[in-house]
Ligand binder design. Structure first.
Ligand code: CNA
Length: 276
């Protein structure tokens, strides 16, 4: 292990403590940003895209294509119905985010996940940037219509999801669709702006549970995280070539997300037992 890697581990451990006033005597990180992918939620029981048993294997690789919504919308509603019938619980990764948020050290969470577990865990909504949207909202598929429902409203109104639902507002036979970004669609520009600002401001960047293959999000760290920031990779797999080529990451933890996060931020998990 290099000196820089030992320094990173020490600073992460110190970052479990609350920032105290303007002076940070414990020398932890002050502006931590996470980029999160599906691997951060697999231990909750939500499959990722590409692993064995993942969504591509179950529903086919065209599940999240725009053309699928246009030509075979039922496929997307079937996926949503399967997702909504489970009550997924946040993982240790989300628990660490809540701890860092409470300690005053979290600058932002750029999440590619659409499962809403950051919100469910209780991370400050203003810090979470859902670059690929979220299954917690539905919206009219017509660009200019403002028809929208929360997932709870949708589930209450349309409990069976047997036929794709029409928008209640515009009367144009348009579908109410999950508010997620499908392949072939653009990301929301305000969310991208917030994400890039967070990435530029961080002093620690943690990239966790993502294959970093889905563009344009995959290039965001390379182009925006500054040299002053320390960078950690957590994944069962190594980083993609474009990140390995220039030695972007200072510390690569090829491990399970939950165990790596517990090793980095142990104080959030070493809670005394109530029966001790
Ligand atoms: P991906 O391409 O499926 O990559 C996931 C990565 O995580 C892979 O490299 C896996 O090896 C790794 N991985 C899986 N489980 C673990 C684990 N327990 N510990 C360590 N590593 C693990 O998914 P990405 O997130 O990179 O791709 C972005 C897509 C996936 C976004 O558009 C999402 O909307 C979409 N997605 C989201 C969810 C979700 O919201 N939970 C689930 C599936 C897909």
């Amino acid at each position: 292990m290099t000196d820089k890697q030992s320094e990173i581990l020490q600073k992460c451990a110190r970052s479990c403590e609350k920032v105290d006033g303007c002076e940070d005597n414990n020398e932890g990180y002050r502006n931590i940003v996470f980029l999160i992918g599906a691997g951060a939620s697999t231990s909750a029981g939500i499959p990722d895209f590409r692993s064995k048993g993942g969504l591509y294997e179950r529903y086919g690789p065209d599940l999240f294509q725009r053309l699928t919504l246009e030509c075979f919308p039922q496929k997307i509603y079937d996926f949503y119905r399967d997702f909504a019938k489970e009550d997924y619980a946040p993982t240790s990764v989300h628990e660490a985010l809540v701890g860092l948020n409470a300690a005053g050290r979290l600058e932002g969470v750029v999440t590619q996940n659409i499962d809403g577990l950051e919100d469910k865990a209780g991370v400050d909504k203003n810090l979470v940037h859902c670059v690929h949207g979220s299954l917690s909202r539905f919206r009219c598929s017509r660009y200019l219509c403002e028809g929208s429902l929360t997932a709870e409203e949708y589930n209450r109104l349309l409990p069976t999801h047997e036929t794709p639902p029409q928008c209640y507002l515009c009367g144009q036979n348009s579908l109410l669709r999950p508010d997620i970004v499908l392949f072939g669609e653009s990301l929301d520009s305000a969310t991208v702006g917030d994400s890039l600002r967070a990435l530029r401001a961080c002093d620690l960047f943690v990239c966790i549970g993502t294959s970093l293959r889905v563009q344009p999000t995959a290039s965001m760290p390379l182009e925006n995280v500054t040299k002053r920031a320390h960078r950690i990779w957590i994944n069962r797999d190594p980083p993609p070539d474009m990140y390995q080529e220039n030695g972007f990451f200072d510390l690569c933890m090829q491990d399970e997300c939950d165990s790596a996060i517990k090793a980095l931020f142990p104080l959030f998990f070493n809670k005394p037992s109530p029966h001790a």
